[in-house]
Write a protein that binds this ligand. Structure first.
Ligand SMILES: Cc1cc2nc3c(=O)[nH]c(=O)nc-3n(C[C@H](O)[C@H](O)[C@H](O)COP(=O)(O)O)c2cc1C
Length: 211
């Protein structure tokens, strides 16, 4: 059994939409967290995707979806991307990849849970494995503060709030750290899944050879 079976670096793509640059800052944080685990990370800002972008998405072990919340849901830009994946959805091209999501809105709530739900349903339609945030809620008791990780208290994915008149470099540090956490967690789960599949395959081959 090759050493590489257990040490292959997973490929993680971050497919995100950002109209004014806030969600883009969070995408960079997700990327940094994933890279810290040794994963091969490719951020793709949604818009006019090239053939290379689609190939990178198709080859990924994990895709982390990100979108600004507009009108209480994923942005039109994100939804356009989602609808462009219809054929891949029918053909199962992304089936059994790992998925996760993050979003950003102006208000502390801003109905952005709805965006995370939309991202999770999109992943489910592709038969992907959704990874949750994996953090308890922060900033929810008297000794807590808005500097806590997961300060807005989400479970399904990472959620951030950025004042609508803030510059991108003013995205809240806690939200940046929460997104780094998500990237790290998804990369680690993907590494476990990739190694587990390789090990299962190797065991099956060894058993078959010995039979
Ligand atoms: C068309 C539009 C709709 C929006 N709808 C919401 C909303 O439903 N809830 C909210 O809290 N913020 C809403 N916002 C604010 C954005 O979510 C916020 O400015 C966010 O930081 C934008 O992220 P971006 O810079 O990545 O585009 C909306 C902004 C726009 C332009």
């Amino acid at each position: 059994m090759s050493d590489n079976v257990f040490h292959a670096a997973p490929s993680v793509v971050i497919a995100y939409q950002s109209g004014f640059g806030h969600t883009a800052v969070l995408a960079e944080a997700v990327a940094a967290g994933a890279r810290a685990t040794g994963a091969v990370v490719t951020p793709i800002r949604l818009g006019d995707l090239t053939d290379d972008d689609w190939q990178t998405l198709d080859a990924a072990d994990a895709i982390i979806f990100g979108t600004a919340t507009y009108m209480g849901n994923v942005s039109a830009g994100f939804q356009m991307f989602a609808e462009q994946t219809g054929r891949r959805c029918q053909q199962g091209t992304w089936g059994d990849k790992v998925a996760a999501g993050f979003t950003n809105s102006g208000s502390k709530s801003g109905d952005k849970l709805n965006s995370l739900v939309s991202l999770a349903i999109f992943a489910a339609q592709h038969h992907m494995h959704w990874v949750n945030l994996g953090l308890g809620p922060g900033w929810n008791h008297s000794a807590a503060s808005e500097s806590d990780l997961n300060r807005l208290g989400f479970w399904l994915g990472a959620a951030a709030a950025t004042d609508v008149d803030a510059n991108p470099d003013e995205v809240h540090p806690s939200d940046v750290a929460t997104c780094e956490h998500l990237g790290r967690r998804v990369a680690e789960v993907t590494q476990q899944l990739v190694a587990g599949r390789a090990a299962a395959q190797a065991i099956t081959e060894a058993v078959t050879a010995g039979a």
